[in-house]
Write a new protein. Structure first.
Length: 538
């Protein structure tokens, strides 16, 4: 049986999360603890084509690693990664053996010849070279044979299969590894780098090891502490090390690994987010570059259903790259579903004509101040509209929804109120109404220019302005607290702010709301019934 080697890539793959700013204590500490844990290969970071910035894992030359490395362990190999076309290897000095022992060269599907040529230049400088075939799942059987032939000609230390989009199942892995194992020179190690989009990263890593366990070939498995890595993250070092110890005569010190997590990783986990999520499952489902997912989340708070539809509308080639202009167009196509809404607008306008409108938003004050709000309802007899949520204790004239997640939640959680109340839906939710529903065009209620332009209360106000409503009172438009369940009257209400940047969201909504108030100042009087951070003089 060939050796099974564990490669920890925390400082390299985790650089996507921290923008490489780990800081000197964590860089030194993680490298030292991985040495103490007897991890076979430590990936120290990236080599980049730019001047080195202190205390980051984006180095320019191998000597930049030296301040963080300490005394090297004889049993450990120290590596860094380069993108095949984003690093000028001519700027890399010959290996002196003091810092990096090896360099991993990653290249995309269709560029293995060029990537291997870059590796040859590094070998000529005295470095060991590992190749990473990104998106290996895209290779046909014929292309895998060509890859194996080219790698055999260069004779690097290793070639790694990379599940770039976290899209593999075990049969995909077996097809790829089977072909490469049969055709690669026996002296070339075979590696596996997984991503956890389908929650299969650890399972596939185990399957990879089991597939090669009866061979003489060396196997390398990548993992990172706590699975730290871009998007859905990777196999976790702690799980893989424990598995190798228990099942394959591993030699890894679990106490040292736990020390690394306790001392260095908990702080990163508090400040950053990575790991399995439904959006990154969608990336795996469609073999889609994670930047597409990140764009839809950060710019549009896109829910899972809409995200799946948008990504599905791209070609496979478009999914594997990221073109933000194209993605924006696809998002707008998805949201701007055309509907004939003149009749709906006319009917709603008749119901509101000459009436004051009370909007009951889902902020906690709608629950705390229910007595005060109820008195206004009793005395002024307004048209009462629930905004993006149903709260118990109110009799509504209309329910207004801008988001399919909130619509579905209300439909399931408050069945009686939902069914008996007329509902106004924007066309991004659906285009065909059920009984008691009015569908109006998405564009009637929004003004673009901000990431969160579709705030439900502001959308409702824009919509009411289109219907010539002259007086509106607002309840429950409070502003967001640091903790989600402190903001809403219904603590189970689905969040629409996946980034959890509540202060940033408050600031942005304030700006949008002031813009709206200036636009409608002469036509619509807006009053606050409950306290709100948005109640600011124009």
């Amino acid at each position: 049986m060939g050796r099974i080697l564990l490669l920890d890539c925390t400082l390299r793959d985790g650089a996507y999360i921290t923008e490489a700013r780990f800081g000197a204590p964590a860089m030194r500490g993680i490298m030292k603890k991985m040495q103490e844990a007897k991890v076979d290969i430590i990936e120290c970071g990236w080599l980049k084509d730019k001047p080195y910035e202190k205390d980051t894992t984006f180095y320019h030359v191998p000597a930049d690693v030296a301040p963080y490395l300490g005394e090297k362990s004889a049993g450990t190999t120290y590596v860094a990664m380069i993108d095949w076309n984003r690093y000028d290897v001519d700027s890399c000095p010959p290996s002196d053996g003091r810092t990096l022992d090896a360099i991993r060269v990653v290249f995309p599907h269709g560029k293995h010849i060029e990537g291997i040529d870059v590796g040859r230049k590094l070998m000529a400088k005295g470095y060991k070279v590992f190749f990473q075939a990104a998106n290996t799942m895209a290779y046909s059987d014929r292309e895998l044979l060509d890859l194996a032939d080219a790698v055999n000609d260069a004779m690097p230390v290793a070639l790694s299969v990379v599940d770039t989009f976290g899209a593999m199942y075990s049969d995909d892995l077996e097809r790829i590894v089977g072909i490469l194992h049969r055709h690669l020179n026996g002296n070339v190690a075979l590696g596996f780098h997984s991503h956890n989009n389908r929650q299969l990263s650890f399972a596939l890593t185990m399957r990879f090891v089991e597939f090669l366990r009866d061979s003489e070939r060396e196997a390398i498995v990548d993992a990172s502490l706590c699975g730290m890595g871009r998007g859905a993250g990777n196999a976790t070092t702690e799980l893989v090390a424990s598995y190798l110890n228990e099942k394959h005569h591993g030699h890894y010190d679990m106490d040292a690994i736990m020390d690394a997590i306790d001392t260095y990783m908990q702080g990163f986990q508090e400040r950053f987010t990575w790991g399995y999520s439904t959006p990154y499952f969608i990336a795996g489902l469609y073999q889609c570059h994670v930047n597409n997912i990140a764009y839809l989340l950060s710019n549009h708070r896109t829910n899972a259903k809409d995200m799946r539809q948008i990504i599905a509308s791209l070609t496979q080639e478009q999914r594997r790259h990221y073109d933000y202009d194209l993605l924006e167009n696809k998002y707008m196509e998805n949201q701007d579903r055309q509907v004939e809404d003149e009749q709906a607008m006319h009917q709603i306008k008749e119901c509101l004509a000459g009436r004051m409108v009370l909007l009951v938003a889902p902020g906690k004050s709608s629950q705390v101040e229910r007595g005060k709000i109820g008195q206004i309802i009793d005395e002024e007899r307004p048209v009462v509209i629930a905004v993006n949520a149903i709260l118990p204790g109110y009799d509504y004239d209309f329910l207004f929804f801008t988001n399919s997640t909130r619509y579905e939640y209300a439909k399931g959680a408050y069945v009686e109120t939902f069914n008996k109340t007329k509902r106004i839906l924007l066309s991004n939710i659906k285009t065909q109404p059920e009984s008691g529903e009015y569908i109006v065009g998405f564009n009637r209620a929004i003004k673009r220019g901000w990431p969160h332009f579709d705030n439900a209360v502001i959308c409702c106000l824009r919509f009411l302005n289109k219907l010539d409503v002259q007086r509106v009172k607002l309840a429950g438009f409070d502003g967001f607290k640091t903790k989600y369940n402190e903001s809403y009257a219904d603590a189970s209400l689905p969040t629409l702010n996946p980034g959890n940047d509540w202060d940033g969201l408050n600031k942005e909504i304030t700006e949008i709301f002031l813009d709206l108030r200036k636009a409608v100042k002469s036509r619509m009087k807006i009053e606050f019934v409950t306290d709100s951070i948005f109640d600011i003089e124009i």
